[in-house]
Write a protein that binds this ligand. Structure first.
Ligand SMILES: [Zn+2]
Length: 280
């Protein structure tokens, strides 16, 4: 079975060939039909995937199971290779279409997470201090969420009891206030109370846009210099290649899939579409 199904060869030297490829590429709604917004797409309903009759039979059975996570990897590779500016999502009833979407990465603002239950937190885990003075002062700063004027901390009995001069205490208070600015009072997870851990890199999430891509575009020379047209072809070809990889993953899964006895008749009326879940 060929791994090239959606991909097409495009003569990148020819404006006419590029225009024909882009203008005739299959398109589908980015959202709902009533929005009227469309983008480059491929039909991935199982009867449109060029499967052998045996594969088709298996495909109908396999639609009962949840295998999307096993075949969707090419989407992450594609999105990363496009600098997160484009991604691929499913759309249509039962997700029968793969659609090219514009996207961008957004910081989530989470600073720590709980390895036990996965809960994320917008505050950092406070550092641990060895020095007794730092320990006492940091505790008071965390208790008050760092909201007091530095001088007010000096009035606390716990801090008054420390055996260092006031000006040293003040210095320490100022330093620690900065250090603890984004920290929660303890390292406890708000859900399961286990210890949280700080993220080493800021977390981000991918936001997809429902904006149309090249809808009604005629690719006139004055708006589209050749380099820009070629970039567009590269993008759409990469999209088609990713769709081919997903299709190949699906077919490999089919080859490995044993149809359990007795399910065959039951699932014959399952809608014949490849994907069910929407990629978020
Ligand atoms: Zn937890």
């Amino acid at each position: 079975m060929s791994n090239v199904f959606f991909q097409k060869k495009v003569d990148r030297r020819s404006r006419a060939a590029i225009r024909a490829f882009l203008a005739r590429h299959f398109r589908y709604d980015t959202m709902n039909s009533w929005n009227g917004l469309t983008s480059y797409a491929n039909n991935v309903k199982t009867h449109r995937l060029g499967l052998t009759p045996e594969q088709s039979g298996k495909a109908d059975e396999m639609l009962e199971t949840d295998y999307w996570d096993e075949i969707r990897d090419p989407i992450d590779d594609f999105t990363e290779s496009q600098g997160y500016e484009y991604t691929i999502g499913t759309n249509g009833r039962s997700g029968g279409y793969l659609v090219l979407y514009q996207s961008r990465r957004e910081k989530t603002g989470h600073l720590s997470y709980c390895p036990s239950c996965g809960q994320r937190n917008f505050k950092k885990v406070p550092p641990t201090f060895q020095d007794e003075n730092e320990k006492v002062i940091s505790k008071e700063i965390l208790n008050s969420q760092g909201s007091w004027h530095p001088g007010n901390y000096l009035g606390l009995s716990s801090i008054q009891a420390l055996a260092i001069p006031d000006d040293e205490k003040s210095k320490l208070i100022n330093v620690l206030k900065v250090k603890l600015a984004d920290c929660s009072e303890t390292d406890a997870c708000g859900v399961c109370r286990n210890s949280r851990r700080n993220y080493s890199v800021p977390t981000s999430r991918l936001m997809a846009s429902y904006k149309s891509i090249d809808q009604g575009e005629e690719f006139f020379a004055e708006d589209w210099p050749m380099w820009q047209l070629r970039d567009r072809v590269d993008l759409v070809c990469a999209f088609d290649a990713a769709c081919d990889e997903i299709r190949s993953n699906f077919i490999n899964l089919l080859e490995d899939y044993d149809v359990p006895d007795g399910i065959r008749s039951k699932s014959s009326n399952v809608p014949s579409t490849l994907f069910r879940r929407v990629y978020a």
